[in-house]
Ligand binder design. Structure first.
Ligand SMILES: Nc1ncnc2c1ncn2[C@@H]1O[C@H](COP(=O)(O)OP(=O)(O)OP(=O)(O)O)[C@@H](O)[C@H]1O
Length: 714
């Protein structure tokens, strides 16, 4: 049969393996479920591409070496105990399910293999799969794999999407699924179940959390432990919304000189800075002193301190733990000094979650060779430690590049002594000392004052405390846009326009829609009653005696006159009130035709002696109304804004970069301060003018009414 292409001889009792002359074009052969036990050389079957030999009694794979086109081979449920004879075959699908395999071998050169079924064997390790770079599907169900770490052997198989480890002992391992998903991040199906995006994210957050997640967890841990302790009021550093306690943090890779720089800075600027002493579990280097460089503590003590809520942040570096305690900061703050610290990036990230708002300065080496040489000179580090430190330069550089503003300043440094002047300049700039040498002492006293005031505001979570109000004012100011003098002038102009429109001096936009009824509408009786009484029910025009005295001015609805407070509010809200009046006035009496008589009558009735008395009683209120704008809540002055926040010498510039109000102690803020003062002046000016103009409006209104009444009387 030279033309035979597909041969299916399954489910027979054939024992002879290929006991026939090879058809030239034979491609697919199925001898499954027969009684074959020994394979023979198939080099004559050169076209063979698919061979199914399941459920036979083969114990060894052989004779396939010359099958250069064989891409699919299935030998499931045989007695094979060792994989062999498959080298260099172009197999893409191989099934050895249900054999006696104990390890994966002989597959190293199957570079084209895409699908491998080794289920139902006795395999314990995944070693031997690492070269199968095209492998996309791997079935290892019902084997003896017990360690999650075995997945490391297939970690680099980027095309592996589907893996089945069902009924392996490894399934009982804690967090098995998340761990496997973490190790094999390309998987889309694990154990016949789809891998979700949530699972992938959770696995990464669990086993290789991003630095921010680590920092947040670190912060959360310490905060929780701290809250579990009896609460202590930290006089000097209790967070004050207006003036956070000033801190300076030098960061950079290990051994970049930040520690020396910090010490030197605290020495030179000892009037301003104190060195914050961290705790560590590492032993002291030669020359280091307990309580000067670090507080050296045992692992156990450190852990106890964590549980006691002592730390603000901690981090693990080089197998040792480092941490900054609240007390360490407090020690410095008590002296009236700003705390100067050095720490790694992880510490910075954690600290950034706290209520402290330090300045962060990155000290970064520019020459790797010099950096390595500096580290070697210290004679403290192993090569692995040096390599790690060097690798972290990139981490800092990336952070700096990817997160603009993360560091307040970056100082390139290959030698700390050389970079010290630059650092000092930057820091003195923060202190405002360089530009205002003459005010140095006052800055310092400001710092002392800061500590004190922070202490005073230690209980400032009480709303009755002025600092609390300052906090609100600060938030409010930040939320509302700051207006420059030009904007304020523009607002004034627009207000003026509105006022003129209301007074009928100019046909402002606000009066137009309200004037339309003037022309075309003859008000009905219900409308008259609405105008005169302020009541809304159209069918029941009120009797004259029903009209309360304060509705003598028919243009102002009762609702606006019902109480002094409301009146006050109505007059305060300049634009709203005047425009409302504008609308009422625009429905002018002249346009009401016959309705005028009724109105007149009611007006007269309302001027009864009782009503007049009542009106007189209203006079003080009117006065109040006139004065109202000055103290009006609608004024643009913020509550509590007359109390200037006390400013720290190292202000919170980074978090509130462009707002002169919140960082006036920055060098560049001299002009900002002036601008602020100027803006405030203009603000007050505008308010006073608004008040005066309002007064005028009121007088004009009153004069109008009187004139009208007089006209009517005549
Ligand atoms: N509380 C902390 N949080 C985060 N990092 C810290 C903390 N305390 C110290 N570190 C940092 O941990 C790293 C290891 O500290 P270690 O004192 O062992 O470094 P070092 O070899 O003396 O080098 P360096 O001169 O940079 O301090 C340093 O980069 C140090 O700045």
């Amino acid at each position: 049969m030279p033309s035979l292409v597909i041969l299916d001889a399954s489910h027979n009792e054939i024992s002879a393996f290929f006991g026939f002359q090879p058809p030239k074009n034979l491609k697919e052969v199925n001898f499954s479920n027969n009684r074959m036990s020994k394979m023979k050389n198939l080099s004559a079957f050169s076209s063979l591409s698919n061979l199914q030999l399941d459920h036979n009694s083969f114990s060894e794979i052989s004779g396939l070496e010359q099958c250069g086109l064989l891409y699919q081979l299935s030998l499931a449920h045989n007695r094979i105990s060792r994989i062999s004879g498959l080298d260099n075959l172009p197999l893409s699908h191989l099934c050895l399910r249900g054999n006696r395999l104990e390890k994966i071998e002989g597959l190293e050169n199957l570079r084209s293999l895409q699908s491998l079924d080794l289920s139902l064997n006795r395999i314990r390790s995944l070693a031997g799969l690492q070269n199968l770079s095209l492998l996309g599907s791997l079935n290892l169900e019902k084997n003896l794999i017990s360690e999650i770490q075995e997945c490391k052997h297939i970690h680099d198989l980027c095309l592996l999407r589907d893996m089945n480890l069902l009924q392996n002992p490894v399934q009982e391992q804690k967090d098995y699924r998340l761990s496997v998903i973490f190790l094999l991040q390309h998987l889309t199906t694990l154990d016949q179940q789809e891998v979700t995006a949530e699972e992938k994210v959770s696995s990464v957050n669990k086993y290789d959390p991003p630095m921010d997640v680590v920092a947040a967890t670190n912060h959360m841990t310490h905060l929780v432990y701290q809250l579990m302790q009896p609460q202590v009021l930290y006089d000097s550093t209790f967070p004050s919304a207006d003036c956070p306690y000033p801190m300076l943090v030098l960061t950079g890779p290990q051994g970049c000189g930040k520690r020396e720089l910090a010490h030197r800075l605290c020495q030179d600027l000892h009037e301003y800075f104190g060195y914050g002493i961290c705790h560590t579990t590492r032993g002291p280097y030669f020359g280091e002193e307990n309580g000067i460089d670090y507080h050296f503590v045992s692992e156990e003590d450190f852990e106890n301190m964590v549980l006691m809520g002592k730390f603000i942040q901690t981090m693990q570096y080089g197998g040792h733990r480092f941490g900054l305690t609240r007390d360490a900061v407090e020690e410095v703050a008590k002296e009236g000094l700003a705390c100067c610290l050095h720490m790694e990036l992880e510490g910075v990230l954690s600290l950034k979650n706290s209520y402290f708002e330090p300045r962060y300065i990155l000290i970064i080496p520019t020459s790797v060779e010099k950096y390595i040489s500096n580290l070697n000179d210290r004679d403290l580090y192993t090569q692995a430690q040096i390599d790690r430190a060097v690798s972290r330069i990139q981490l800092y550089a990336n952070t700096c590049r990817q997160r603009p503003g993360f560091f307040d300043n970056v100082i390139p440094s290959d030698d700390w002594k050389e970079s010290y002047p630059a650092l000092k300049k930057v820091v003195t700039g923060y202190l405002f000392a360089e530009e205002r040498d003459d005010q140095t002492s006052s800055t310092f006293s400001g710092l002392k004052h800061l500590s004190l005031s922070a202490g005073q505001t230690g209980t400032s979570l009480d709303p009755s405390d002025p600092a609390y109000r300052n906090y609100l004012a600060k938030i409010q100011a930040e939320l509302s846009l700051q207006k420059n003098p030009n904007e304020l002038a523009s607002i004034r102009r627009r207000e003026q326009l509105v006022r003129e429109a209301v007074l009928g001096k100019s046909p402002g936009v606000f009066s137009q829609p309200a004037k339309r009824p003037n022309i075309s509408v003859q008000p009905s009786a219900p409308l008259q009653s609405l105008i005169t009484s302020g009541q809304s029910h159209p069918d029941s025009p009120p009797q004259a005696e029903e009209i309360p005295p304060q509705t003598a001015d028919p243009r102002i609805p009762v609702s606006q006159k019902s109480s002094g407070v409301e009146e006050h509010r109505a007059c305060s809200a300049v634009t709203a009130a005047t425009s409302a009046r504008g609308i009422v006035k625009a429905l002018d009496i002249a346009a009401m035709g016959s309705a005028l008589d009724t109105l007149k009558e009611k007006l007269e009735n309302s001027k009864s002696p009782g009503a007049a008395d009542a009106e007189r009683e209203q006079k003080p209120e009117t006065g109040q109304e006139q004065r109202a704008p000055v103290t009006s809540p609608s004024s643009r002055r913020r509550p509590g804004s007359e109390t200037k926040p006390i400013l720290p010498p190292i202000p919170t510039g980074r978090k509130t970069p462009a707002r002169p109000r919140s960082c006036p102690s920055r060098p560049s803020s001299t002009t900002a301060e002036e601008a602020e003062a100027e803006a405030e002046e203009v603000e007050v000016e505008v308010e006073v003018e608004v008040a005066e103009e309002e007064e005028e409006v009121e007088k004009d209104d009153e004069a109008d009414v009187e004139e009208e009444s007089a006209r009517e009387e005549t």
